[in-house]
Design a protein around this ligand. Sequence first.
Ligand code: UDP
Length: 400
Amino acid sequence: MFEDYAKFIDEGTLRELEIVAKELKGIKVLHVNSTKLGGGVAEILYRMVPLMNELGVETHWEVIKGDVDFFKVTKKIHNLLHMSGRDKLEHEDVITYMKYTYENVSVIDTDPYDVVFIHDPQPLGLIVKKKKNQKWIWRCHIDISTPDEETWKFLEMFVNGYDASIFHIPEFVREGVKIPAFVIPPSIDPLHDKNRELKEDFIRHVLEKYGIDPRRPIIIQVSRFDRLKDPIGVMETYRIVKRRYDCQLVLAGSYASDDPEGEEVYRDVIEAKGEDPDIFVLNLPPDSHLEINALQRSATVVIQKSLREGFGLVVSEAMWKYKPVIGSNIGGIRRQIIHGVTGYLINSIEGAAFRIKLLLGNPEQRMKMGINAYERVRHSFLITRHIRDYLLVIHRLLKG
Ligand code: UDP
């Protein structure tokens, strides 16, 4: 129930939400992305869609179809947008992308909607279905500040057909995009199983299940098995810390149905773990919300050592659980962590190890930062603010 959010946010914000939602009564909204489970976009939509309906704005969620050929191409596009590298978008990749786009054009019915949110590049091409009286919004969850230019040029053709775009932070807004760009950071839902309060018994039970010792420090990173999350770098960080503190490392991850690289990365992580009994690589089903919640709550320190990151919901999730987070000084992570106040921003493995050691040796500092972290999320990164921002964009587009 919406009123349940009153204990986290002020009355004014809730009323504001109701007022904008009332103004939009009668409209129909569609969200389209590429997976129902796994990764931050699915995580947000899973909670946002029912909440928007509860507010009286009829909202639906569709997922595009594709097989491994398509998702290999879209993962390549994802990586090329995050960072230009040695790879290139090939002619055959473009053909594959277009082929699946046209298949989805005939499968996904966008006609009944007034507003269509398209998330990320995978379903971007659906814009060819746009009707005159509709507003289409491209919601980008990727750091596209330094993309491979050829890849971006290919996508830009589609992007410029939209009515508006939304990015996480101002640095991601591309020059040359001819449509209005809004900046809206994502959010977490405090009432989701992933984030709600848990009984100590349950947390202990989860640690026991995996053989993790609750009496020794626990460093944790929660992320899909993806090279851009730098799981190997996390292990190297842990190994430096381990010389000084008898700690444990938990790498909890999963696969997403639209990411064909996950299994390979998982195998590499297992190999890099070697025989160390204090490293726990947990490959969990993508809907293990309560267990992830328990693991995050059990952490002494949380790390997010991504090489590139659109936002990194896991950072806010951990901060909400009063954890100081050591995060890479990049993308959306930089927006969440206030260096020296809620955690630390780091630029290297050595830097990460240094900050973790600092925190492991100072429980008081951990507690202080944890409280600051919680307040930061409560103020800026809760789903109520996120929905209000979306509704205001819709209002602006439909009613001027
Ligand atoms: N997640 C999860 N299980 C896992 C790994 C990740 O439930 O094994 C969740 C995580 O809690 C977060 C989301 O997936 O809610 C990941 O979002 P984020 O923005 O951090 O990264 P993305 O996967 O979208 O790149």
